[in-house]
Design a protein around this ligand. Structure first.
Ligand SMILES: [Zn+2]
Length: 213
């Protein structure tokens, strides 16, 4: 499946300028140490198999696909996606689309430029940013995209998958009623946060900008 248009659509939604070329690759490897439990589809850490499938540490993320910020590429793990689709009763093509949108959102929030002419302002410290911040936007933009483009079935798969994932993939839920513009403002503030730390100021209070439901 080609995901070229998805890069442009998510960048447009996020109000960012992006013209880069990020490859989306496929791998049938299961990332070392992990498996998918047949009954629930929730990912488990194989290294703890003897402990009756303890859920993976919440710091371990993105097992269905991954975005590599240094190499600037996306990989979709087809075997893990297949197992997850089968165990949750989801259509594979819809699940793959959800995974691609998540990883592409990582790439766009990292490399998309603020839209002042020739700004070149990206999330340059992205590789060191807080995982919860990164996963919040990688879930929020697909959620907004599927709604915006009327992809109801894909949105349904996104929500079913999310319900079976770790809390870090569910942090988008309190934000589901706020507007695209407000999400974009929140992203801008998050990308600026380290700059605020450098100049020894508190980051702007998000609550003042956005009335959360
Ligand atoms: Zn992610």
């Amino acid at each position: 499946m080609s995901y070229v248009s998805l890069f442009g659509e998510i960048a447009e939604l996020a109000g960012l300028h992006f013209t880069g070329d990020i490859p989306v690759e496929y791998s049938d490897e299961v990332r070392q140490g992990f498996l998918v439990a047949v009954d629930t589809g929730v990912l488990f850490d194989k290294r703890r198999e003897e402990e009756l499938f303890q859920p993976v540490d919440k710091s371990v993320t993105d097992l269905l696909g991954d975005y590599f910020p240094e190499e600037r590429k996306v990989i979709i793990y087809t075997k893990v996606c297949e197992s997850t689709a089968n165990s949750l009763g989801l259509r594979y093509d819809h699940l793959e689309y959800v995974v691609a949108a998540h990883e592409i959102s990582h790439a766009i929030t990292h490399l998309g430029e603020e839209r002042f002419p020739g700004s070149g302002i990206i999330w340059d410290w992205y590789p060191y940013a807080d995982l919860w911040d990164k996963e919040l936007f990688a879930q929020l933009y697909p959620f907004l995209h599927f709604g915006h483009y009327g992809k109801r079935e894909v949105l349904d798969v996104f929500q079913k998958l999310s319900a079976n994932q770790l809390p870090i993939y569910n942090s988008w839920k309190p934000y589901r009623h706020i507007s695209v513009r407000e999400v974009n403002e929140l992203l801008s503030l998050t990308r600026l946060r380290r700059f605020c730390a450098w100049i020894n100021l508190d980051p702007p209070a998000v609550e003042e900008k956005i009335a959360l439901p």
